[in-house]
Design a protein around this ligand. Sequence first.
Ligand code: SAM
Length: 267
Amino acid sequence: MLVYRLPGTFDTREAHLDLLWEAGATGLEERAGHIRAYFGARTALPPEIADGDWTEEAEQDWQAEFRRTLRPVRAGRLTIVAPWHAGEAEEGTRPLIIEPGMAFGTGHHATTRMATEALSELDLAGVRVLDVGTGSGVLAIAAALLGAGFALGVDIDPITIPIARENAEINGVAPAQARFEEGTLGLGDLPELEEAPFGVVVANLYAELHDLLAGEYAAHLVPGGPLVLTGILTGKLDLVRAALDREGFTGVTVREDGDWALVTARR
Ligand code: SAM
């Protein structure tokens, strides 16, 4: 990869950017006080931009770099791994394989990890679990791998549903153990949601939505069943606390990881 490094920034050399393009640059980038112009071959440059230097840099294999950096994530009794790391689950944990793609939920976000840890701490044997905002399906699949009797993942984004189903299949989780449907709470259009209340409700959304949905969480939970909420910025915890209080939830616990919080409660 041939790079022409020109001292300055896009701002200080604004007048010279066109000259780089005209000289045949295929791309421009600003990095640490230099403009990096990418060229296919060395070329003569006009005097205004002749104060740079040419360097030949090794090609980066971005795909390989991405695959290497996407390390397995330990989360309670599971290790969330990409398919190419399936053999690298931490000792004593089960691999939860997620194909990184278009849907949120590879385990690398603190909220997904905290929610998986919280599910790991529950006795899910035979329990029906509802995952609101399932994304990649990671939390519903986690519940199934942790022994849940049945997990239902719902998401308003239709793109997530086939992805979640495929991730379930990769993990050997059959449709009888985990189902994924487009939809959300409160619309009454998903028969699977209305069949019976759930033993656990987990939702990785955001504080304002938890505030709106808190009554629905209560309506879909068996009495005493745990509610696990994340996607909450720590600065918005009071909004979620107030919503849970309003809907009669008690025993609220909070854990934090950086800017993110996870809240559990029972009703
Ligand atoms: N559950 C995954 C996880 O923990 O990594 C994905 C969580 S991602 C932060 C939030 C997901 O919620 C997105 O896939 C989004 O499409 C979905 N979502 C947003 N609003 C929703 C709503 N009102 N009802 C259901 N799903 C919703």
